[in-house]
Design a protein around this ligand. Structure first.
Ligand code: AMP
Ligand code: MN
Ligand code: MN
Ligand code: MN
Length: 285
């Protein structure tokens, strides 16, 4: 069993890279990919611990992209570098993405203050490490009594439907996929259920993304029912996309119902063959 989708506290997870490796060893994973949002810091910090523990650690990252022109729907793209090291151009683009995130965070603070919330950027940034994301805002809002739960914080203040919401720009999916390909990475559409597209539109979206360089589809995921997993496995085969899978583990204090390796109530089980497929594809690139 392997897990190709996990987060550390370098993005919005709660475990330190070293703790995540220890947990991967405890649950008996044969391989683990760290796929933090917009940063490789967690992967890099974990690498020495993984080596010492004999854990096969795969370099990954999760990126936002937008599906449509007006930017209301997003697609998360997982990029894997199982053999290659990403190019300098890609690393520079990531820094720029993190800079834009900081700008969004400053606007979000101003927007929350205008809504009467007593909050500072320093307070929120203290919760994060490599980057500060909305889940860090949510934790501060809960701790200060402005929201009952993380979900409540998103509903009232941080989510798309909240009055104080501030949008963060991202590239169109096809451009994101092309960027990953040019960087030497394998681009995969994460948790396709969250695209919110009907099956016809979803298939067309994946075909268009494949034309731009998409190589895989995340078929196993904590939010996919067994029926859906079978559907996506079939769809990946039909479209000539590599199947991947992972729990999307964020740590017990962020998503307590999702376990590393096995997902939600044991609904995820990713075979080692999926990683073999990624490595074979990477070797051909
Ligand atoms: P950011 O990248 O800073 O815009 O934050 C996006 C992250 O917020 C996502 O990766 C999710 O983990 C989290 N998120 C987004 N919407 C919600 C929601 N409605 N409830 C809980 N978490 C959410
Ligand atoms: Mn996340
Ligand atoms: Mn995601
Ligand atoms: Mn994720």
């Amino acid at each position: 069993m392997i897990d190709l989708h996990s987060h550390t506290d370098e993005s919005d997870g709660s475990l330190k890279p070293r703790e995540l490796i220890d947990l991967a060893v405890r649950v008996g994973l044969e391989a683990l990919a760290i796929t933090d949002h917009d940063t490789f810091s967690g992967y890099q910090a974990a690498l020495p611990w993984a080596k010492a523990a004999g854990m096969d650690l795969v370099r990954g990252i999760e990126l936002n992209s937008r599906i449509d022109a007006n930017g209301t729907r997003s697609a998360h793209i997982l990029a894997y570098f199982p053999l290659q090291v990403p190019t300098q151009e890609f690393l520079a683009w990531l820094s720029e993405t993190r800079r834009e995130r900081n700008e969004r965070n400053q606007k979000l603070i101003a927007s929350l203050q205008a809504a009467g919330v007593d909050i500072t950027l320093a307070e929120v940034e203290a919760r994060g490490r490599s980057l500060t994301s909305r889940p860090h805002f949510a934790r501060v809002l809960v701790d200060k009594g402005y929201a009952k739960s993380l979900e409540d914080a998103f509903n009232r203040y941080l989510g798309e439907d909240a009055a104080s919401y501030v949008h963060r720009e991202s590239l169109p999916t096809q451009e994101t996929v092309a960027l990953v390909r040019a960087a030497g990475g394998i681009a995969v559409v994460a948790h396709p259920i969250r695209l919110g597209l009907d099956r016809t539109a979803e298939r067309r979206f994946l075909e268009d993304a494949k034309a731009a360089g998409l190589m895989g589809l995340e078929v196993y995921h904590s939010e996919h029912s067994p029926e859906l997993q079978q559907y996506y496995l079939q769809l990946a085969a039909e479209l000539g996309l590599l199947p991947t899978g992972g729990s999307d583990f964020h740590g017990p204090s962020v998503k307590p119902d999702i376990d590393l390796g096995t997902g939600r109530g044991g609904n995820v089980r990713v075979p080692l063959e999926f990683l073999v497929g990624l490595r074979e594809a990477a070797a051909r690139m």
